[in-house]
Ligand binder design. Structure first.
Ligand code: DGP
Length: 114
């Protein structure tokens, strides 16, 4: 049995409402939202970090981005804009080591700190 939290969510063993799913990607609301719209877009495949992409998994970021853009449109935040974030590793702020993209929208995002 996989112990990975997001594998348990993507494979349905931890019941979670999906706002989007296809053969490769699922998306669900962040448990600790940082914006009115805060969705996590996650590959079904277990890939620990964005740094692990390459070879057979080169297309994963395109799939995540396409799904995030679609969810942004469906959530009505596309006109005003939104932020897509991928945290990588501990210094990058990653806490769940299954690749995921944050979609944040519904409020003005602050400028990134220097
Ligand atoms: P990151 O820091 O980039 O690894 O983001 C992980 C996010 O995952 C964090 O914003 C909180 C969210 N999260 C953690 N556990 C759960 C959970 O069980 N369900 C949901 N929906 N989100 C979770």
């Amino acid at each position: 049995m996989s112990e990975c939290l997001f594998c348990r969510i993507t494979n349905g063993s931890l019941p979670t409402e999906f706002v989007y799913e296809d053969d490769h990607v699922v998306a669900f609301r962040d448990i600790n939202p940082a914006a009115p719209v805060h969705i996590l877009v996650v590959p079904r495949a277990h890939i620990e970090t964005v740094a692990d992409l390459g070879g057979d998994t080169t297309g994963v970021m395109s799939r995540l981005t396409a799904a995030a853009n679609r969810i942004a449109r469906e959530s009505g935040v596309d006109a005003d804009g939104y932020r897509l974030i991928v945290n990588c590793g501990r210094d990058g702020g990653q806490t769940v080591f299954h690749l995921h993209m944050h979609l944040l929208g519904g409020r003005k995002m602050p400028e990134l700190a220097a």
